[in-house]
Design a protein around this ligand. Structure first.
Ligand code: ADP
Length: 253
C-alpha cells in the first residue's frame, strides 16, 4: 500500500511517499500559502518517487498547516508523527528532540512508538531555527558557517534567551571586537540552554533521536551534543521525520 505524509511546517513543507520503505521525498519553503506549499511538496515527492496521485491510497497531513490541506484524508499532530518517524528510523528511540523553524520540542515515546509525554517551546523564537537564522543575519554568515565557526572555540557569553535581546548582545560583542567563532559558539550554547529547560521537564532517556531542520547541520549537532552532554542519533534527512511518521500512520502502523 502506497501512502503519503505531508508536513506543512511554519518554515518548510515536507512530503514522503512510503510503502514500507521511503519511495520519494521533497522539502520546499512553506512561504505565505500553506495550502499551495502542501500541494506542491506532495507533487514533488510523487515525482521523486516515480508515482502518480492515483497510486496513493491515503494521504496524511501534519504540521501547523495540516488544517489548510483539503485533499488529505487524515490529520495528525506533528508530535505523534515525529515519534513514529523517529521510531521507524531508529527503533530503540525513547526520546525525540525536534528543532524546527519556530518551535522546539522534546518528546518522550513508548515502546510502540506512541507519545508518552512531551514539552514544547512555541511561544517565542528562542532555541529554534528562527533564532539561528536571525543570528546568522547579524553575523553576515550562512547557517553552515555558523556551525563550522563555532567548533572548538571558547564560547562568548550570550546571556539573553530572547531573540531580540540576544541580537543586541551580539551587535555589542561585535563592536567590542569579539571573534565571530566565539559568538557562533555562544549562540549554540544559548540554544542548548533553552533545550535544557525543556529536557528537564520530560523523561529524556537514551536513545535520543534529533529531528527537524536544524539537525541538517552536522557541526551544530556536534556542538549541541557536547553542550547538552547527550549523544543522539541524527537521521540522514532529519527534516522529513514528521512527514515520514505521517506516511507510516497512513499505512496503519
Ligand atoms: P518547521 O517544520 O517548523 O517548518 P523544519 O523542521 O522544517 O521546521 O526546520 C526549518 C528550520 O531548519 C529553519 O529555521 C531552517 O533555518 C533550519 N535549517 C534548515 N537547514 C539548516 C542547516 N543546514 N543548518 C541550520 N539550520 C537549518
Amino acid at each position: 500500500m502506497l501512502t503519503a505524509g505531508i508536513d506543512v511546517g511554519s518554515t518548510a513543507s515536507k512530503a514522503v511517499i512510503f510503502d514500507g520503505t521511503i519511495k520519494g521525498q521533497a522539502v520546499i519553503p512553506t512561504g505565505w500559502n500553506p495550502r499551495e506549499a502542501g500541494l506542491r511538496v506532495y507533487q514533488e515527492a510523487l515525482q521523486d518517487a516515480g508515482f502518480a496521485e492515483e497510486d496513493v491510497s491515503i494521504i496524511v497531513g501534519t504540521g501547523y498547516g495540516r488544517i489548510s490541506l483539503p485533499f488529505v484524508e487524515k490529520r495528525v499532530t506533528e508530535i505523534t508523527c515525529h515519534a513514529k518517524g523517529a521510531k521507524y528510523l531508529f527503533p530503540l528511540t525513547k526520546t525525540v528532540i525536534d528543532i524546527g523553524g519556530q518551535d522546539s520540542k522534546v518528546i518522550s515515546i513508548n515502546e510502540d512508538g506512541s507519545v508518552a509525554d512531551f514539552v514544547m517551546n512555541d511561544k517565542c523564537a528562542a532555541g529554534t531555527g528562527r533564532f539561528l537564522q536571525v543570528m546568522t543575519g547579524v553575523l553576515d554568515i550562512t547557517l553552515e558557517e555558523l556551525g563550522q565557526m563555532g567548533l572548538d572555540v571558547e564560547p562568548a557569553s550570550i546571556n539573553s534567551m530572547c531573540t531580540v535581546f540576544a541580537e543586541s548582545e551580539i551587535i555589542g560583542l561585535l563592536a567590542q571586537g569579539v571573534k565571530k567563532g566565539a559568538i557562533a559558539s555562544g549562540i549554540i550554547n544559548a540554544i542548548s540552554r533553552k533545550l535544557l529547560s525543556l529536557t528537564g521537564r520530560v523523561p529524556c532517556n537514551s536513545e535520543i533521536t534529533f529531528s527537524g531542520g536544524v539537525a541538517n547541520n552536522p557541526a551544530i549537532c556536534q556542538l549541541l551534543s557536547v553542550a547538552l552532554g547527550l549523544d543522539f542519533n541524527v537521521p540522514a534527512d532529519p527534516q522529513i521525520v514528521g512527514a515520514l511518521g505521517a506516511a507510516i500512520i497512513g499505512c496503519g502502523q
